[in-house]
Every structure is written in C-alpha cells, then in structure tokens.
Design a protein. Structure first.
Lengths: 533, 533
C-alpha cells in the first residue's frame, strides 16, 4: 500500500482554499498511484479556528465542502480533518473517504485544553477509537493529542489488531518540540509494536507556527522517513518495515530562524500584506527583525527607517545604514528632533517645574511609533515591531512607541538568543548581514543621555535565565533563588514581570518559539496582587 | 439556624487580603449569633485567578491560608472557596469548616469552559455531590455552574434528603444577567422543592464585573431576600420558608451604569491608581466616560484634556469645557496644531505627491494619544480610553491614538446605548451632566474637514442591531439579512468587524457589560479568511 502524506499549509477560515489544496494533492497522489493520502488535523477549517467554531454558518459550510470532496475520491482513499456536528455538539473529526463514500468518521478522543489550546471550549470528546480496512490492512486513525496519551487510543487500537496507526496533527513548533514529539511517537510505536504515520500541519497562523516534519516510524520505534521542516510537502511511504532508520537532526537556531521566517511570511500572505516598514535603531533587535523580514518577504518589500533623536549615538544611524546596505533595502533617515521640540513646547505649561523623566523618554518612542504608522497608513506597509522577550517580560519598552506595529517578530526570543540568532545568520549567509558593531556594542534604548540597558536591568546572561525560570517554567521565587540567583535581583525581576502584564496585553501578536510565549498561552490577570514571598 | 451571606469583594492574588476580609466577616457574623457564614467562589484566591493557578507556590499558599482560617471557626461554621490540590490535580473547591475542623471539602462538579470561562484549563471536575449536617439541618453544597445544570447536583442532593442548598458563585454581570440567573435558581428551587441560598461575588476584576445580588429563594421558588447590587454586604437569613416574597426589580441602564462605575473604581483601587486623565473631544463617548470616572474616582481625581486641531469644531472645546464645568473637574486645553505641522514637515519627503488620507487623520489621533500618555507618565495618571463598542466593532478608531490608555470604560457599550446612558445620568442626577449640545450634535471624529461618522458608517440605529446580531449573537450573514437589513450594508459591516480584529487585540482591557464583549470572551483569529456568503 502506498500512502501519500500531504503536509500542507492550510489557512484558517479559508474553507474553499483549503479544499482546492486538498484536491490538488489528491490529483498528484493519484498520479503517483497512491492508495491513500493523508491530510493534517482540521484540514478544511485550518487550525485553530477558535471562535469561528461558534458560528453555525461556518461549521455548516465545512460539512458541505467535506461532502463535495467525496467526488474526488474515485480510486483513492483520503483522510481529511474537519469539524463534525451531531445533535448540536461539535467534534474535532477526521473522515476516511474511499471510492466516493465516507466510510468512517472519527471523533478525537483527547482534547487539549492547556497552553495555547482551547479545544474543550468548542468540542465534545469522542468515545470510540476508529479503525478501518484498506487493501487488507487494518488501520487505526487518531488525531493529534490522542497519540500523546499513554495507554490511550494507540494502545487500544493495537490490542484490537490494528496493523498501522495514522495520526493527523496540528502540533505547533517551539524550540525543542521536534524532539519531544518524536520521542512521544517513537515510544507509542515501540510500546505498541506498531508503525505510525504522523502527518503534521505546516504554516504560520497568527502567533503559532506549525513546522510540519511529518514522521514515519516503524514498529521498532525507528524513524524511517521525515517530511521537510517549515515547508509544504507531499511525500510517500510504501514499505515501512522494509525501510532503514534515518538520522534525526536537530539544529535549534536554524529551526527558530526558519520558524520566524515562516511566521512572518504567512502572516503577511494570509492577511493580504506585501510590504513592511521597520524602525531601525542601530541595535541588534531591529537588525535581526529586518534580516528575518528580508528572508520572508524579499528585499524589495522591506523598508527601513532610522529616526535619530538628540540622544542617538553616531552608531545609531551608521549601523542602520550598514545593515540596510547588507540587506540591500532602502533606509530613510527621519530625524525626530523638531517634532520632539514641538511636543515639549506644547506641554510647557503642564510640564513646568518637572524633571526630565520617563515621560520625555516615551514621547520620543511614541513619535517614532507615530511616524512608522503614518508610513503604514500612507503606503499600506505593515509595521513589524522589534522588541525581544527579555524587554517584553520586564516592560522595558514603550506602549504605542516601539511596541506599535502589527506583528512582533522576536517577542518570544530572549536577548541572549537574539545574539545567537544574529551570529547564526551571519554564519549561515557566510557574510556580515547583522553589522558586527551592532553585535558588539552595549545595548541601549538611547532615550536619554548616555543610557544603557544595564542602568536599569541586570546583564542579560543573568536576566534571561531568571526570566526563563519564571515565565517559561513557572517556578516560584524560592525555586529560582535555589537555582543560584541573588534574592534581591530575583524579587525585583519577577515584580517587573508581574507589573508589566498590562503592556503585554496591548502588544502586537508575537510569534511563538518557546514552550511558553506571552499571549494566549499565558493568561495572566492584570489586576493581580499575588506576590510570591 | 441563622446564616450569614458574606457578599464580599475579593482581589485576585491577594490571598492575605482576602483572608483578612473573611476573618472580619466571621467576626461580625459571630457578633450577630450566626451559625454559618457563607463566602463566594474561590474566596481565598479571588476569581478568576487564571494562570496564577499554574504556579505551585500560589496554590500552596492558598491551602496554607485555608488552614489558618480554621482557628477562627470556634462556635461558628463557614463555607469558603479555595483551590484544592490532590495528586497533582487542582479542584475548584469549597470547605465547610466548623468548630475548628474542616468537616467537608467539596470539588465543583461542573466546570464552565465557554465565553470568559476557562475552568477546564486548570481544574479537574469533582465526581461527588456534597452534603453535611448543621444544627440538625441537612445542607447540600454547590459551586456556581453546578446550580445551572438541569438534573444536576441540586437534584441529586434533594433526592438524597438535603433540606437546603447553598451555592457559592462568581457569576459575572452582563445586562439582563440578573434576571437569567434568578430564573435558573428559582427553577432549581421549585423543581427540587428546596430552598436555595445563593452567595455571589461582587467587585471588578479586569474586564469582568461581579454584581453580587445574592439571592435567597424558598422551596416554592420565590425570591425572599436579595443582597445589594454592586456593593459588599453581609446579610442574614433565618427562616426562609417563613419569609414573604419580595419584588425583583430590573433597571438595565442603572445596572450598566453602576457596573461601569464599579469596574473603573476597582480597576484603579486594586491596581494602585488614584487619578485619571481623559481626552475630551466634545463628543458623547468621552463625556460619558468622564462622568463615569468622576462617579468612580471622585472629581478631584479626574482631569480632562481638550486637544483641538484645525479640524475641530468650535463645539469641541466649548462642549468639553461645559462638561468639565458640570463635573467640576479641571480641563486643560492643549492645541495639537504645531505638533501636527512638525510631523507634516518632517514627513515632507516621504509624503510628497500623496493626497491627504487616513495617514494624516491618524497622525492627529496619535499626537493626542502621545500627549495623554505623556501626562500619564509625568504625573502617574491612568489614561481612560473612550471608544464605544460600535466603533471598536468596525474599527472606527485609531490604534495608539484614541485607543491609547489603560482601561476602555465603554468599549462594550454600543453607541445607541451610549446615548441612553448619557440621558440616564442627566435624569438620575436631576441636572445636565452630559451637555445637551453633546447629546444632540451629529457624531464626528473631526480628523478631516466636515467629517461625520455617517460619512463612513450607516446610522447607529441601523449599525448597532447588525453588530449585536453578528458580534453578540453570532448570527451568520443570511440570518442577519433575514432580520430585515440590507444585504450590501450587512456584508460591508461584517467585513469591517472581521477585518478589524487586529485592532481589538491591541486594545486596552474593556469592561464587559454584554453577554459577548470583545476580549477573552470572543477569541477570534486575526488571520482569518472566512467570509460568510
């Protein structure tokens, strides 16, 4: 039996577009004499459809289109994900369609409702594992979370004589996830002594990036085939047990970089944007963001803007121009001095007898935000924000200033990782993309005289592990101190993280590359008097 | 038996503060010779604690403090809500503590996981109804959602001989909710022929406003006692069946107004803010917002700012000053003309040969946002945003402009309701608070020459019902047209609603007063190609 694994990039809500993509993959698979072609979870609706699922017309349409698919299954079988409805209840479902007939419909039994997942908000869990026969092979069908459950559907199915398990998934990427996922599937295959074909979604959907990497595992738990990472692919597998084990290769920085590129590319494409404008400060965050944008959108679609103030260093302009030169993108220089002066004049009465403070600092950042948005509104560019996760965690950023924009490219990347990725890009490209002077100079917001990040924050190699422990691993204060950090520093940092929740809840959507990003995966109250002492 | 119903205002995360409030209510109830005092759902943690529940140290602390409570129960019984933990699983729990002993712990059996509720994200459902005996009375204990279930725990308990049901709740307000809630509890009492004491939370927690209104219902389903709306109260009930039925009074505008006032008051108080600054445009939205702010914070804590541009009408300043006069608050007049001119000069090269468009409009709105935030940063004011739900729905607002601020007071209030509430305030106060000229003039953003809302949008009495149908009732296009609206208008409006999701996801937290507010209760993808045709 020849199985096609259609690792496709669906779009949420685009039922017609997803349908067309399914048809085109069926046609190709037929031409290759496939017996079966498998698609990712919720193929027709895209994943995750979120509250679109509450719209009756949406669910109805997806079922209508499922029935249209039937006509395209002459001489081929397909497994396609859709939303089923029965007695007013919704199910995360998969249909096995063969010879122009829906042979089986399976309802996902295990619904994830943690982290970024809200499946119990919409779906009722199925109660029965699903098996069917194709060309004499007894096949078990599972959906995503089902395969993560010990003694779950995979075990039941193999005990009941199933010879192959197919899993259709929409498993989002985070750094290290590919290995975790492989271990889970490998374990299931080995423990149940059964081969597994695992078909995963690829593509960016808002904050989530699906990395594909569909796996084929033999009954000894060996990886025998893997689809591409971050790319659509229709691959085939025929004789699972007869294939040799292949090597599983991990490269964290490459993965993160490709994830971010795909996240940007798909956000633009799926939302109908083509061009971006990015504020370049001469610092490493905006440089990395611009490099990712150029990779995702092409150099002709990226415009840099340097907006120096009287507090900007010489390097601010020259490093931005160097970066723009390396990336071959235009860079306007738009000084903000005269606008800044006009604010101070306008606010002279109100600000009389007050000292320069964060108010004046933020006026500058917000002038820059206003200029970028004006260019966006005038020319249809989407503004990319450039803040990293360390800043976002402690609130070292200006709402409506540097936080203004439609997509936060590196808001889930800690500063130390920003450096790693920048070096990775320069190495991978074999030339200086991110200027070396940008990498080596001390980070600064340049909103007051001689300002350095280190005036307000601990060094990033101290800050970042504390943030990882608090934000990503949910450790309490005591547990973090026990990792070897100074109590006063830890207390101060976690206080900053808690206090700045209001800023993050107004931030642009940020691409998720860790197991715990800000956004829908971390739902903190703003009004929150919890102090972990 | 005398039961105290302690309808208290807890704060999320403030376990110590909530503990103190519990103790003080126990002390008072003891002085009144109560046998039992009942507190709202999740009393110790506040509701909803959201992802604080993922922090082990948080859950641990709440259990420690529960045990400290035991010492305060000599000669009195209490029912208090807390988070229980067993074998690594969390439960939304209530403890019945009597004579310095935890007699029973109940685990909530029905966990809401829809709308603004995410309880299945954190909690495991309990499996056993809970009853205990106090002074010879067999009492059943339920938590919030439990009482909303037909043939649920209330029925099981009454079949098992329970004589009184106590329900501790955190049921958030929306317009009309008090009646829905009363009907549900009445029905349970009547069908199960059992009296019910229903203790609800009061207070603002981010977007949610809990209205209290704790009910006592006799076994015939008659309302015999009701606690205050939107206020803390410790009330007592002794002889439920011996009490006469009282009248249930509804007043929608009064309720919404009080809800918004409490929402503002508690957001400031619980987050440590005292003062606000509000941009006054002369329009009705900022006028209503300022009136609510003055009621919530006191006139000495509210500052208005009028920021006229060359497109502002004369009424813009004079109506703002009239409003400020009526509210007895200061109002700065800060013209933005010179700042606006400096932006245009600075962007002269980039904007050469382009026509005045939304870019220039939004520059003005963002200058105003920057000025308000500068005053906020300089003086510690929290900025209130003034956009209504009609604007927010169709994106008739400027990100980082009029959307800049910490709390969106009326973002869940449709424009037609904004008028109603303004008239309500003038009537309730018996004098002109919102200037009549503000109420009668045609709404305008005043960002270009002679602009009117009606240039871009249908009249609000057409727009608002379409928005209600689409946003609040989740109707599809066809269903909305069938209500009697023009197809072209409906198509255009729902397209605008969909397209502006990105703006709303960067909006300030908005107080929820309808059954479907933007925010955590409506989780739409931004990347979304669904078109309902």
């Amino acid at each position: 039996m020849k199985i096609g694994i259609a690792q496709i990039n669906t779009t949420v809500g685009d039922i017609k577009g997803n349908f067309d993509k399914i048809i085109s993959n069926i046609t190709k698979a037929k031409a290759e004499n496939s017996d079966l072609v498998v698609f990712p979870e919720l193929t027709l609706t895209g994943y995750p459809p979120r509250d679109l699922l509450i719209k009756k017309s949406f669910v109805k349409k997806n079922i209508e289109v499922l029935h249209q698919l039937i006509n395209f299954t002459e001489n081929i079988a397909i497994i396609v994900g859709f939303v089923d409805e029965k007695d007013g209840k919704l199910f995360n479902a998969a249909a096995f369609i063969h010879h122009k007939k829906i042979v089986k419909i399976y309802h996902k039994m295990y619904l994830p409702n943690y982290d970024v997942f809200d499946e119990k908000r919409y779906f009722t869990a199925g109660s029965t594992p699903c098996a069917f026969e194709l060309k004499g092979v007894n096949i078990g069908l599972t959906i995503c979370e089902d395969i993560w459950i010990d003694d779950g559907p995979a075990t039941t199915l193999s005990k009941n004589g199933v010879e192959l398990i197919i899993n259709i998934s929409a498993s989002p990427f985070h750094a290290g996830k590919e290995k975790i996922r492989l271990n889970v599937i490998t374990k299931q295959a080995k423990e149940n002594n059964i081969p597994i074909v695992y078909c995963n979604l690829i593509g960016g959907q808002d904050d989530l990036i699906f990395d594909g990497r569909s796996y084929v595992i033999n009954s000894s738990g060996e990886l025998v085939q893997q689809s591409k990472a971050f790319k659509e692919e229709l691959s085939y597998i025929s004789n699972i047990e007869g294939k040799d084990e292949i090597k599983f290769i991990e490269n964290e920085n490459e993965s993160i970089y490709n994830a971010l590129v795909l996240g940007v590319k798909d956000y633009f494409r799926k939302n109908g944007f083509k061009n971006t404008v990015i504020g370049l400060s001469g610092g490493i965050d905006s440089a990395l963001t611009a490099a990712i944008a150029v990779e995702a959108l092409g150099k002709d679609n990226v415009r840099g803007v340097s907006m120096p103030s009287k507090f900007s260093s010489d390097g601010s302009i020259s490093d931005s121009l160097d970066l723009a030169g390396n990336l071959e993108i235009p860079c306007d220089v738009i000084p903000i001095k005269s606008i800044y002066t006009s604010y101070l004049k306008t606010l002279k009465i109100q600000f009389a007898n007050t000292k320069f403070n964060v108010a004046e600092e933020n006026i500058q950042a917000r002038i820059r935000g206003n200029i970028l948005m004006a260019l966006s509104n005038k020319f249809g560019y989407l503004v990319l924000t450039t803040g990293n996760k360390s800043e976002s965690s402690v609130g070292y950023s200006t709402l409506y200033g540097d936080m203004a924009g439609g997509l936060a490219v590196i808001s889930d990347v800690l500063k130390t990782k920003v450096y790693e990725l920048s070096n990775y890009i320069n190495e991978a490209k074999g030339k200086e993309i991110i200027p070396v002077s940008t990498i080596t100079k001390p980070p600064s917001a340049e909103l007051r005289e001689d300002q350095k990040d280190s005036d307000s924050l601990p060094e990033y190699d101290v800050l970042d592990p504390i943030l990882k422990a608090y934000v990503e691993d949910d450790l309490g204060k005591e547990a973090i101190i026990n990792l070897g950090f100074d109590e006063a520093v830890v207390t101060r940092i976690i206080g900053l993280v808690d206090r700045n929740e209001y800023k993050r809840q107004q931030a642009a959507l940020g691409l998720r590359i860790t197991s715990r990003a800000f956004g829908q995966g971390r739902r903190m109250p703003i009004t929150n008097r919890w102090k972990d002492d």
